[in-house]
Design a protein around this ligand. Structure first.
Ligand code: G6P
Length: 371
């Protein structure tokens, strides 16, 4: 039968709800509990090749770029290899220096985004080694890279990417784990992360179960003309992706910022008319993040706080409207994927409250195959 939204009101909602199974598929057969590592045959890189990697550069566009930023952070954290993400659309225009001991990672749902494809061609032309993190089997980027990790998310139709992003994040987790375990990541940490990854499909289901709680919060956010999405370090690309999703389907101005940078400028914009969606995981930065929430609330800025049950937000000034959402938690290194799904639900229900065509937002295409 043709792929259709079935009984669901939209492809985006159907695809969001498919995330637990998509997560299972990307992990299947790739985790090694005994040695606390992963096996990624498609990379075509043995332990020696992986140990020779001195730097990782991730390239992608749109949401794939933001997940790429999460992935680069994971690689630095687990493997202690310098890693960063860059938009593929900019990369080749700055005559990039291609280093032989850098591993380039091209990430794309469709495998057809021309900016990402041209970045891969540029790397190959200059003799660099590149792997693809791609969903569509046999697509242009998968073929051009020649090796990599297929995401197995299944077909994704809605322009706003959901399940593909989740599988991208998990593929980065597998890559970071393998790169880490051929270096200094301990077997104990490896096993802790393998076990956490095995629990993630079920936990994604638990995040999806927050939907009823998020509907009224999203409807309130939909009324604002302009919003901030903030996070720090691991939470910053989560905020960027959250803002991206929100603006794509609600057409509201949603700006992502590092929570730490608010005081260096945008705090001037905070008012009762400008809500902030804050990503506040239970981690090394919780106290600093909570202090920023107090700064926002003191200026009457409405807050939606995506956090974990253990986090104490303190007594926030009573003049501000505060909604707290406790998201299920994994290990700190992996929490980003669960927080990202909560932000998908928020964007979805804000767009639904506005009555928009969620699957086909104006001016956007599912994959951009022209420059
Ligand atoms: C387009 C879509 C975005 C998507 C980006 C990358 O701009 O509108 O939603 O994230 O392309 O797509 P890809 O298929 O390369 O992941």
């Amino acid at each position: 039968a043709a792929y259709d939204a079935g009984q669901h009101e939209s492809f985006m909602r159907k695809e969001m709800l498919e995330q637990p199974e998509a997560a299972e598929r990307v992990l299947r057969g790739r985790l090694d509990e005994r040695f606390g590592t992963s096996h990624l045959g498609g990379l075509d890189l043995d332990a020696r090749d992986l140990r020779a990697v001195r730097r990782v550069k991730v390239l992608g566009c749109g949401s794939a770029y933001y997940v790429g930023q999460m992935g680069a952070g994971l690689i630095e954290e687990l493997a202690r290899v310098p890693a960063d993400a860059e938009s593929a659309s900019e990369f080749r225009y700055r005559n990039p220096i291609i280093e032989p001991d850098t591993l380039y990672v091209a990430v794309s749902q469709s495998g057809e985004t021309v900016d990402t494809l041209l970045a891969v061609q540029e790397i190959r032309r200059k003799g660099g080694q590149v792997v693809g993190l791609v969903n569509v089997v046999g697509s242009a980027i998968a073929r051009e890279a020649g090796r990599g990790i297929y995401l197995h998310a299944g077909p994704e139709v809605a322009v706003a990417s959901t399940k593909a992003l989740t599988t991208m994040h998990l593929a980065f987790s597998l890559l970071a784990l393998q790169l880490g375990r051929v270096r200094d990541l301990s077997i104990a940490d490896g096993r802790r992360l393998v076990q956490a990854l095995q629990r993630l499909p079920e936990q994604l289901g638990e995040v999806l179960a927050l939907e009823d709680q998020l509907v009224p919060v999203a409807a309130r956010l939909a009324e604002a003309e302009s919003l901030f999405f903030v996070g720090r370090v691991r939470g910053y690309p989560v905020a960027r992706e959250g803002a991206q999703k929100f603006k794509e389907i609600t057409y509201r101005h949603a700006e992502a910022y590092q929570t730490s940078e608010l005081k260096h400028g945008p705090l001037a914009l905070i008012s009762p008319a400008v809500p902030t969606v804050a990503v506040v995981p239970d981690d090394e930065l919780t106290e600093r993040n909570v202090a920023a929430l107090h700064e926002i609330a003191a200026r009457g800025g409405p807050l939606v706080v995506l956090t974990h049950a253990a986090v104490d937000l303190g007594d926030l000034p009573s003049q501000a409207e505060v909604s707290r959402i406790d998201v299920p938690r994994s290990e700190r290194e992996l929490d980003a994927v669960l927080l990202t799904v909560a932000l998908q639900l928020l964007a979805y229900h804000a767009a639904a409250a506005l009555g928009h065509d969620i699957d086909k937002p104006r001016n956007l295409a599912k994959s951009v195959t022209v420059e």
